[in-house]
Design a protein around this ligand. Structure first.
Ligand code: AHR
Length: 513
């Protein structure tokens, strides 16, 4: 009793520093039923800035080691994170792209103006054959975005025939003349991009009719079955989703969702990629957490029309969009990538995993040298960004069974606002290993978390961590290894309970056997 009174008196006079309640996580290791599609770990590459030209594509005559014009170091790096699919050629560029300009001898291909991205001349040297060669080198599935904005039904229909038809036809003969005898397999086909904006400024009613028309002529040739992805909503445009579900329904296999995080929430002055204070960091993370709400609300609408969840929600453009690096072309969207971006990626990927009953694909924008890139290049040099290392940590979730979790998290507070400090998702792979990915959002405090694993007897735990001294640390060409993955030894297993100290501002992957 005396002790209680003493503690009470000390607390009253501010002599005890309040200790935050313990974070607690329950992982139901015997209850999973949904598979986390590997396509949640997809990427997006547009003809924009130096993503393709000066990124993947250096040309066959380059002194940079390449295979048929495609950089070998980029291919190796992307294979190391098991890239499952690549979306191309845009983006807004797709809505102006005429695929026939990008086939045949390169020196004869017509040029065009890339009106969306810097007004530069596009010489079409990277086209259909080069892209599908890239996907074969990456061993990933192509995801082609067709032009509904300014292209014709006939043009889109012929593109499908050119790529996938095995018999005798005008388009398959043209493909053979251009050096490819056998058709390619292409599953993911986008029927338009952002048709509410750069893809034609359409209303959802008008677009849904257009979608039905274009999709009718995108044929399945032989055993090549297209998984048709319709243009979905811009962020929180729930009316777009409702209209598409009502008017198109099972005429599509996927509905896209685009949502970008800006640090300030202001598209005019988005904020710097590397120079930001804690308030801006807090706001960036709050703006990212909106993804949870967007996915839940769009899914609820989709559930009404598709309770069996046959139509996938494809978050095929997401990531942080900041001001460009000073001195670079504003139309090229070149930005550096810090530990903040890695935290943001970890949170988003946890959200997608936890919604894998509906989210069947997600594509971060954009793979090389554009927006939240996983790779940056400078002539012959290449570096891997902090975001790359999140994909490296999270690849263990691809095609694993999602494990339901329940978390009680401390909060991270700033300027009177609060967000949960810990983000998590967990899965079990085919060999029975459990992986838990945790993000400690709090940039100042470590978080101790107790993890109860229900339904399994854990015997061994190991881990990897991505963190750095400062939240705005990044990898530069001079110091490419400032933010990289290291071994993590702060997880202790005792009688089936894991006790883990999550370093401030970190992304952690635990492997439990
Ligand atoms: O990723 C950059 C652009 O963002 C894409 O071209 C467009 O689809 C979106 O608005």
């Amino acid at each position: 009793m005396k002790r209680v009174i003493l503690i009470f008196t000390m607390a009253l006079f501010g002599l005890i520093i309040p200790v935050q309640a313990q974070n607690k996580l329950i992982v139901n290791a015997d209850q999973g039923k949904e598979i986390i599609s590997k396509h949640i770990y997809g990427h997006f590459s547009e003809h924009l800035g130096h993503c393709i030209y000066g990124g993947y594509w250096v040309g066959e005559g380059s002194s940079i080691p390449n295979t048929r014009g495609i950089r070998n170091d980029i291919v190796t790096a992307l294979k190391d994170i098991q890239i499952p699919n690549l979306r191309w050629p845009g983006g807004c560029f797709a809505d102006e792209y005429h695929w026939m300009d990008g086939i045949g001898p390169r020196d004869k291909r017509p040029k065009m103006v890339n009106t969306h991205w810097g007004g530069v001349t596009e010489d079409n040297s990277f086209g259909t054959h080069e892209f599908l060669d890239l996907c074969e080198q990456l061993d990933c599935e192509p995801y082609i975005s067709g032009n509904l904005g300014s292209g014709s039904v006939e043009e889109m229909s012929k593109w499908v025939e050119y790529i996938t038809f095995d018999g005798e036809s005008p388009m398959s003969n043209l493909r053979k003349q251009n050096g490819r005898e056998k058709p390619w397999k292409v599953k993911f086909w986008g029927v338009g991009n952002e048709n509410w904006g750069c893809g034609g400024n359409m209303t959802p009613d008008y677009y849904s009719d257009q979608y039905r028309r274009y999709a009718t002529y995108c044929r399945n040739y032989g055993d090549n079955y297209l998984f048709k992805i319709a243009c979905g909503p811009n962020s929180g445009d729930y009316n777009w989703t409702e209209t598409m579900m009502k008017n198109v329904g099972y005429g599509m296999q996927g509905l896209s969702l685009h949502y970008y995080t800006t640090p300030t929430g202001n598209w005019g002055k988005k904020g710097s990629a590397t120079q930001f204070n804690e308030t801006e960091y807090f706001n960036t993370i709050s703006n990212t957490l909106v993804m949870e709400d967007l996915i839940s609300k769009h899914s609820t609408i989709m559930d009404k029309y598709d309770p069996q969840k046959r139509i996938g929600l494809m978050t095929d453009e997401w990531g942080i969009w900041t001001d460009v690096e000073p001195g670079t072309n504003p139309g090229f969207l070149y930005q550096q990538n810090t530990l903040r971006d890695a935290i943001l990626a970890g949170i988003n990927l946890n959200i997608f995993n936890n919604h894998c009953d509906r989210v069947k694909m997600a594509n971060i924008a954009q793979t090389v040298n554009v927006l939240q890139a996983v790779i940056l290049t400078d002539k012959e040099k290449m570096l891997l960004t902090p975001t790359y290392w999140v994909y490296y940590l999270y690849k263990v979730h691809q095609e694993a069974t999602l494990l339901p979790v329940s978390i009680t998290s401390n909060t991270y507070e700033l300027n009177g606002k609060k967000i949960d400090a810990v983000s998590v998702s967990a899965s079990k792979d085919v060999s029975g290993k459990i992986h838990i990915t945790l993000v400690n959002i709090d940039p100042n405090k470590a978080q101790t978390i107790e993890i109860e694993l229900r339904g399994v007897t854990a015997e061994k735990v190991s881990g990897k961590i991505l963190t750095s001294a400062k939240i705005n640390d990044y990898n530069s060409f001079e110091n490419p290894n400032t933010v990289i993955v290291k071994d993590f030894n702060e997880a202790k297993l005792n009688k089936g309970i894991l006790s883990v100290t999550l370093t401030a501002k970190s992304v952690i992957m635990l492997e439990i056997e």
